[in-house]
Design a binder for this molecule. Structure first.
Ligand code: FAQ
Length: 324
């Protein structure tokens, strides 16, 4: 299937396309004004756009807990983390804009369901321990995916990832710190931590995308070095990194089949429920409607600000032109 994909999408065998692929193969970065195949541009707009939307929608499950954080310190930390996610969304929209699509166009495609965002943010955050699980597992999975993306072939995306990854590692640690406090707390607190792990484990594994056999974009994206690893490779690395962390917390990964495999040097583990994953990305997850409603409301409520800023910019521009 991969071979077919690469062949059909890379059908452009022009000298330009061959020179482009040679640059990619040599590890060069592609910059916005460089020639690029239409498919490369389209794939980047899709992936960077989805990534940006994930950062923005991803603020909602944690934003819900800012007013409920148990101490002032935890509130300040969570607030800073959620603000970082907004910043990540903005760098990523800027990177996508260099490809010729505006942030407004991307936002409209999110709001009317034409563009996706990460499946994980369609799950609810029910308790404070979920803030620990999101930081530990969701940011942990995000870093696992984003560290290799620092080497992605498109310059603006690669540079955005370098900054984002620095902040994500703080996020992951703050989540693990919450989990440590909960896991070492009262039996009720430990049970909350276990419950959060039980609910977030499989949705976190889904963040890496469908299994390689069902991943429609991986082959071409890897040939173009937009993606540096397959979905299954990163999922395996995530499991191998996370299981010892769960053991250290004294928590149990909710997978009875989980077993170290000496031969492959990694864990054997149960796949997530892929039928559930495909339902979530079709819009039928537990919180899809709520998340999109919240983003649509924010967009509508912010219209007067956008209009005001545009009117101000137009007036300033007109004054500048008149003075010239
Ligand atoms: N959710 O052929 P593939 C974060 C779609 S950042 C929804 O394998 P691809 C930070 C995929 O789009 C999290 N849809 O696709 C944070 C495609 O559909 P399409 C976001 C998914 O692109 C933390 C179809 O399935 N990170 O969390 C998902 O080669 C805490 C077939 O899949 C990124 O976006 C999914 N999980 O590989 C924020 C990283 N998986 O478009 C706040 C960059 C797949 O044809 C709080 N993205 N699909 O309609 C990537 O690395 C890739 O896009 C993958 C998917 C690996 C996600």
């Amino acid at each position: 299937m991969y071979a077919q994909m690469v062949k059909s999408e890379a059908a452009d065998e022009s000298a330009e396309a061959q020179a482009f692929q040679a640059r990619i193969d040599a590890g060069e970065k592609i910059e916005p004004k460089d020639w690029m195949p239409a498919g490369y541009r389209k794939t980047l707009i899709r992936q960077i756009g989805q990534h940006a939307h994930s950062e923005i929608v991803g603020q909602l499950p944690e934003g819900n807990w800012i007013t409920r954080a148990p101490t002032l310190e935890r509130k300040a930390i969570l607030l800073a983390k959620v603000q970082d996610e907004a910043g990540h969304g903005l760098y990523l929209y800027c990177a996508a804009e260099t490809l010729g699509v505006s942030r407004d166009e991307l936002t409209e495609m999110l709001l009317d369901g034409r563009m996706k965002y990460s499946s994980i943010f369609n799950y609810p955050t029910l308790t404070w321990a979920d803030m620990g699980a999101v930081g530990w597992l969701v940011d942990g999975a995000a870093i696992m995916n984003q560290v290799p993306l620092q080497r992605t072939s498109f310059g603006p995306y690669s540079r955005a990832m370098i900054r984002v990854c620095k902040e994500e590692s703080f996020h992951q640690r703050q989540g693990y710190d919450i989990m440590m406090k909960m896991a070492q707390g009262t039996p009720e607190q430990k049970a909350m931590a276990q419950n959060a792990l039980d609910r977030f484990w499989y949705p976190s594994l889904m963040m890496f995308g469908p299994s390689d056999a069902d991943s429609v974009h991986s082959a071409q994206s890897m040939a173009w070095k937009i993606k540096m690893n397959t979905n299954d490779e990163l999922r395996q690395k995530f499991v191998d990194q996370t299981v010892p962390q769960a053991e250290y917390l004294g928590l149990t990964v909710p997978d009875k089949t989980l077993k170290w495999n000496d031969e492959k040097g990694g864990y054997d583990f149960a796949e997530p429920d892929w039928a559930e994953f495909f339902e979530v990305i079709k819009g039928n997850g537990p919180c899809n409607t709520e998340r999109l409603a919240a983003r649509n409301k924010a967009w509508d409520d912010g219209k007067w600000v956008r209009d005001g800023l545009l009117a101000h910019a137009e007036k300033r521009n007109a004054r500048k032109v008149a003075a010239e």
